[in-house]
Write a new protein. Structure first.
Ligand code: HEM
Ligand SMILES: Nc1ncnc2c1ncn2[C@@H]1O[C@H](COP(=O)(O)OP(=O)(O)OP(=O)(O)O)[C@@H](O)[C@H]1O
Ligand SMILES: Nc1ncnc2c1ncn2[C@@H]1O[C@H](COP(=O)(O)OP(=O)(O)OP(=O)(O)O)[C@@H](O)[C@H]1O
Ligand SMILES: [Mg+2]
Ligand SMILES: [Mg+2]
Lengths: 251, 56, 204, 227, 227, 204
């Protein structure tokens, strides 16, 4: 059976669809997170070298990985919006950016809190850390550009262009930062790749899945808000039950 | 293992709970902001519609 | 020949006009009328391709202007609210530069002659910055004397001009029309070209 | 009235921007003096130990160059935008990319080139060796055009926005980091007795890559900003 | 229509500028992010050795703060100048100095204050100690108002000049060097186990001195620029 | 009462006018006439104290305006080529802010009423940036409705206004004069206040 994808790429239908989908992502996210935490804290054994501090890994690694993937997804949506002029893609890009920035922040934060006990410093200028920081800057640039343009059409296009240029640059940045750090023999500590206990792997995967589901749910919820804002003057929005309902509250 | 020992995390409590705590806090804030944004949008919609109603 | 069919345009969430159709033939002049904020500027900017219309089509000699691109621009001259002159340059340099950007070279004599005709003698070598409002507008309008574009799109060309300069503009447009040119303009002041009937397009 | 070739147009735009800058000679000098000042501020802030200063030197010079060219970025299009010239440029019957390339070249000649030429003097302040100074100039000559080119995109995107000045740095600085790394790396390689060839060839590759794509991307950005 | 007091007016101007800034919330953040970025660029240029970075830290943070507040200077009056509001301010039946003071206060709240508050986080990246971080914040709180005040004079003098952005840095940076020296000095004193009191009291004295004179001088500079 | 005696003014090395004398009494209106670049704007800006005259004196109620300073400004309202409005603020906020800067507080009702009268209903809450050229001018002119200044100095107030708005301006100035106010203005368009003779001052 052929699915009419265009039907779902219109904000009109997507608004309702997203509303229905959110619980299917949000609840599993919460449950998987709880499971991951349980395994991570109660099943997984204490690490020999890092003692209990290593348990940050179950949060840190998923956050780091998501922050990177979300940027690519965001740039992809932005490019779709720019090329095919589909409003929904632009809105999705706009909705993903804050979540991506947030994961980047969580990665930095948990990394810093991990670094202090392990390396004795909150921060070292290691390649991975530095490129994560730059990634956060890229997100902030995208958000700032979008926010400072009043006209949404222009804002979408301008920030899409930025995201695309950024995504071309991300690999270049990543490799140059890596190269930069290995030239100097400064940082003596490397992240130790301890071979992982099976429970650790399970915990990490559970939290990772939870983060993915959470990101999707949050992006969908945010895109619903954006649709409401942008389509405020259309009839279908004014016909929505949640808009009509508010009569009572008013009188 | 008792709970106090568990929460102490062998002296790493601040770091471990600090990172998980802030992460959860940040997620909660994000969810709250999205809720607010939606509420604000709905409120604006209502205001606009009522204004239209008056002017007609 | 410029043909506009069923054009609709909106700014923000505000529909300015829709279902607008007209065509303009060589030798014709059209005034776009309407109160403040009725969408005159937006219409002219849409014709120039700065704004993309919600609906409808704009044809130049039967082809969509969007596809023509630079070929259309070669026959178009637009003068907007902004004068497009550089404060630091003098009138002469300004005129030569704008000719250059429009793709043709202008000798100094040609430029001086155009400025003289616009009533800017003894002002050619002052930086435009120190000129009065009306004199600056005249520098911008001097481009009309040096261009060979067929379609002139003028947004309130008479702003800040004194009576003499308004007369001159009428003359200039008259010459342009008699050579088979076309003109679309807006103004809140009277502008009447001798011997040609001005067509009216009202936005409301 | 005779038509102009693409190269004629490129030349015209470059000459025009240089002429405008010369009318305000202060303009050209200020970027340069800003650069000199930032570099000279460091010893004041950090303290006078020569060993440390010598180590810092390439990094400081490159960061200052980056900042100085960021500073002059908003000017690239904003004046033309405010007075309507940019509108007329979009109506020019030629490719906008060529006009943009012209503006990029002019910007580089007014910001990047002077920096590269004055850098050796500043290097001497930090007691850099002769080969290091040579590499520094070479690296700056290869790297600063990339800054102007990437910067053009940022400048075009932020056109007419309030706070454009800082916003453009925000957008462009992260994208310029590879240039900074390879640029400073080249000098450090020489200082520590290695060859700067790989660094410099990376910079050259960036430049060619940027030359091919950025004028087009920047002209698209301009079109977006003019809507 | 009731007349307003001087304080009412001061409040109005501050509120107005904050409101304008809030309309473009990005504006406020960009200065801050610029600051964070410049500080983070240095290690990329200089290399990741912590020892050296720790030594450089106070200088780098101060130089970055100086640059960030320089960068936001041109915005202080230029928008009001371009749209004619400044003309109207000069026709206001009150002392222009009060209006200028209001604009200075707003500028500091939007540039200096956020920098001072975020500085500790940056200090951590350079592995600074807790007392050093405290002194850094204190020094920034005392020093950044001076930057805004001296900057106001520069911004007023360069009003309406093309290239004002860089020109203003050029005028103002040399005047701000004492602030830089004492500011960075305070932190270094703490790091090397001495007392920062004398440095901090110098900064305080600068601030009081500037508070008395600069609004008047800046308003005179505005009058000159408007002729 | 405004008295100007033997005023001379030059820009660059260009004498614009000299030996200019006139006086303006309550209820009077005066138009400054002249071709582009004859020095109208310069005269008005001299009256406001932005430019210092080469010679001559400007007296307000018998005292030199230079000495009066802020007391003179309290009775003066100047509207120049620039609108003095903030793109980011909406019309309402703009009006309130400019009242605040002129030293008096304006309630929201008063401001809304003034904007309505200027024909800006349903535009009060849009950022001024998106308004059309004429609407922006109207926002600037709304100040005339809220001020209690005696002397209005208006530089081409009719620029960009449509016919309706021009009529409104005539009305407004008429009211102002009948309350004993004074007005000096320049314009290249006709502006006639019913029942009052407009005095003419020609610069050449
Ligand atoms: C602010 C500090 C930190 C940041 C920004 C950061 C960033 C990252 C990033 C981006 C990744 C994903 C890399 C990839 O998937 O290839 C990652 C993974 C990881 N990080 Fe961190 N990190 C920080 C601190 C730390 C610390 C202190 C440790 C441990 C002592 C650590 C241990 C790890 C481990 C074990 C992984 C997984 C490695 C792998 O999957 O290959 N990180 N971090
Ligand atoms: N620095 C200068 N050097 C030479 N001439 C100057 C200088 N500054 C101004 N001028 C001249 O002074 C005159 C300024 O006139 P002003 O702006 O007062 O004219 P206006 O009567 O208002 O004209 P408009 O009707 O065009 O607005 C112009 O003729 C201008 O060329
Ligand atoms: N983003 C926006 N949101 C809402 N309304 C907008 C927006 N942008 C423009 N408008 C409205 O669109 C209209 C723009 O009109 P335009 O500038 O074309 O008017 P005009 O006919 O040229 O007027 P004038 O005679 O004053 O120059 C104005 O009414 C303006 O308020
Ligand atoms: Mg218009
Ligand atoms: Mg004038």
């Amino acid at each position: 059976m052929a699915i009419n994808w265009f039907k779902y790429s219109a904000p009109t239908t997507f608004y309702g669809l997203a509303g229905k989908l959110i619980p299917y992502f949000a609840w599993p996210a919460a449950i998987l997170f709880a499971i991951g935490i349980y395994i991570g804290f109660f099943v997984a054994p204490t690490d020999a070298t890092q003692s209990e501090a290593y348990r940050i890994i179950f949060l840190h690694v998923p956050a780091s990985i998501l922050s990177m993937f979300i940027y690519l997804i965001m740039a992809g949506y932005a490019a779709l919006g720019l090329i095919f002029n589909t409003r929904l893609s632009s809105m999705m890009a706009q909705a993903l950016a804050p979540t991506g920035a947030l994961f980047a922040f969580v990665s930095l934060w948990s990394g810093a809190l991990w670094g202090k006990p392990m390396w004795g410093a909150w921060w070292v200028w290691d390649a991975r850390l530095t490129s994560e920081l730059i990634l956060l800057f890229l997100y902030l640039g995208y958000i700032a550009l979008h926010a400072s343009i009043e006209d949404t059409r222009r804002a979408d296009k301008a920030s899409a262009l930025l995201a695309i240029v950024g995504s071309v640059n991300v690999p270049i940045i990543y490799f140059s930062v890596k190269w930069w750090n290995t030239l100097h023999q400064g940082a003596t500590i490397k992240m130790s790749g301890t071979s992982m206990h099976i429970a650790m792997q399970q915990a990490m995967f559970a939290v990772m899945a939870a983060c993915w589901l959470y990101a999707i749910a949050v992006a969908l919820a945010r895109v619903r808000g954006i649709i409401l804002e942008r389509e405020a003057n259309t009839q279908w929005v004014n016909d929505l039950p949640e808009v009509k309902q508010m009569n009572g509250e008013h009188s | 293992m008792n709970w106090a020992e568990f929460f102490a995390m062998k002296g790493y409590a601040f770091y471990v709970w600090g990172s998980y705590g802030v992460a959860l806090l940040v997620f909660a804030i994000e969810i709250m902001l999205i809720r607010n944004r939606r509420k604000q949008a709905l409120r604006n919609l209502r205001l606009m519609r009522d204004e239209m109603g008056e002017s007609v | 020949m410029l043909e506009v069919g069923n054009l609709a345009c909106s700014r923000g969430d505000h529909r300015l006009f829709s279902g607008l159709s007209f065509s303009l033939h060589p030798g014709q002049i059209m005034q776009v009328q309407g109160a403040n904020g009725s969408g005159k500027t937006s219409l002219l900017r849409t014709l120039c391709g700065f704004l993309s219309p919600d609906e409808g089509e704009i044809l130049w000699h039967g082809k969509p202007v969007h596809d023509l691109g630079e070929d259309y621009y070669a026959e178009l001259l637009y003068l907007g609210h902004l004068n497009a002159i550089k404060d630091e340059l003098n009138a002469l340099e300004n005129l030569q530069m704008s000719a250059g950007l429009a793709g043709y070279a202008l000798t100094e004599q040609q430029a001086v002659a155009a400025l003289r005709r616009m009533g800017l003698q003894r002002r050619e070598h002052l930086p435009v910055k120190v000129l009065s409002q009306g004199q600056r507008r005249r520098v911008a309008l001097a481009r009309l004397l040096t261009t060979d574009a067929h379609l002139w799109i003028l947004d309130e060309p008479l702003t800040a001009l004194d009576v003499g300069a308004v007369g001159l503009m009428q003359e200039l447009i008259g010459e342009h029309l008699s050579k088979g040119g076309m003109t679309i303009f807006t103004t809140h002041q009277p502008l009447q070209v001798a011997g040609v009937e001005t067509r009216q397009l009202s936005l409301s | 009235m005779k038509k102009m070739s693409l190269f004629g147009l490129l030349g015209l735009v470059v000459r025009r921007d240089l002429l405008l800058a010369m009318r305000r000679r202060a303009d050209v000098l200020t970027t340069l003096i800003f650069f000199v000042m930032v570099v000279s501020l460091f010893p004041l802030g950090v303290g006078p130990e020569m060993d440390m200063l010598r180590k810092m030197a390439p990094g400081v010079v490159w960061v200052a160059a980056l900042l100085a060219s960021m500073l002059s970025l908003p000017r690239m299009f904003s004046a033309d935008y405010a007075d309507g010239t940019l509108e007329q440029m979009m109506l020019a019957p030629q490719s906008l990319s060529v006009l943009v390339l012209g503006k990029i070249v002019a910007h580089w000649m007014l910001s990047g080139l002077p920096l590269a030429l004055i850098a050796p003097v500043l290097g001497l302040q930090f007691d850099m060796s002769a080969p290091a100074l040579g590499t520094l100039v070479l690296a700056l000559l290869l790297g600063t055009p990339v800054l102007s080119m990437i910067g053009a995109i940022g400048a075009a995107l932020t056109l007419g926005l309030r706070g454009g000045g800082v916003l453009v740095s925000l957008l462009v600085l992260p994208l310029c980091i590879p240039v900074l790394i390879f640029g400073a790396g080249a000098v450090e390689a020489v200082t520590s007795g290695m060859s700067a060839a790989s660094n410099l060839s990376f910079l050259g590759a960036f430049m060619l890559f940027a030359l091919v794509f950025t004028p087009f991307v920047a002209s698209q950005a301009l079109r977006i900003s003019m809507e």
